[in-house]
Design a protein around this ligand. Structure first.
Ligand code: PXP
Length: 239
């Protein structure tokens, strides 16, 4: 039985497009929990392009399940996390020019840097997850430097154009899951998962949690748009 953790960044993205106070990712997080989400995720980026410090602070105060803060392993974010104390931090690579997180962390190239960040977070009782490509070497190093959990990057699988490519990527994920399981790591997965491509994961029960954001916001727009229009049309009809 796996859990769903909902990423509310894209609710904040819509708010930022208008520069006003809604939609509020904090309210969306409450609704997600009411609907069965067992965790809430937000990514505090260096440029604050969607989630901001106010959101993180209010989410910390209101999330009843588990707050997972995604962030880069940089001194500013480590300082914020140590103060705010989310239940979990997921370390992700971050480049200013990217539209979204583009790949897993490269812990192999700089294990000491990540080891230090992990221990600074764990010192404050925060669990640490590393967002890694489905690469057994990265996963083994992640384990060695102290991660509690690995979140396996499913982006290449999700973006595959051909079925053969998707299956190849899925097989890599399955192997990575076995590696992480053998090391006794917690196992999550996410990036680009939607209502169609997530179905294949039924065959990987060792994955404990799915981190999903964009496709849920897309579904909310499609599923809710008709009702929203109807309500406004009803409102103005008799003017
Ligand atoms: N996991 C990580 C580490 C991410 O950076 C993201 C995107 O913010 C997700 C999961 C969720 O991806 P998506 O929004 O495509 O569901």
């Amino acid at each position: 039985m796996a859990r769903l953790a909902v990423n509310v960044d894209h609710v904040a993205t819509v708010r930022q497009a208008r520069g006003i106070s809604e939609p509020d990712p904090v309210l969306a997080a409450g609704i997600a929990e009411l609907a069965g989400a067992e965790g809430i995720i937000c990514h505090l980026r260096e440029d604050r392009r969607h989630i901001n410090d106010r959101d993180l602070s209010l989410l910390r105060q209101t999330v009843k399940t588990k707050l997972n803060m995604e962030m880069a392993a940089v001194p500013e974010m480590i300082g914020i996390a140590r103060k705010v104390k989310p239940d979990l931090v997921t370390l992700v690579p971050e480049r200013r020019e990217e539209l979204t997180t583009e790949g897993g962390l490269d812990v192999k190239s700089n294990p000491d840097h990540y080891k230090k960040g992990i221990s600074q977070l764990k010192e404050k009782g925060i669990h640490v997850s590393l967002f890694l490509d489905p690469d057994p070497v990265q996963i083994e190093i992640g384990h060695r430097i102290g991660a509690d959990i690995v979140e396996i990057h499913t982006g290449h699988y999700s973006e595959a154009k051909k079925e053969s490519e998707a299956q190849k990527e899925f097989d890599r994920i399955a192997k990575a899951v076995d590696t992480a399981f053998g090391l006794n790591l917690g196992i999550s997965a996410g990036h680009g998962l939607n209502y169609v491509n997530v179905k294949r994961f039924q065959s990987l029960p060792k994955i404990e949690e799915y981190s999903i954001g964009h496709s849920i916001v897309v579904r909310a727009i499609y599923a809710g748009f008709e009702r929203a229009v109807r309500e406004m049309a009803d409102l103005v009809r008799d003017f």
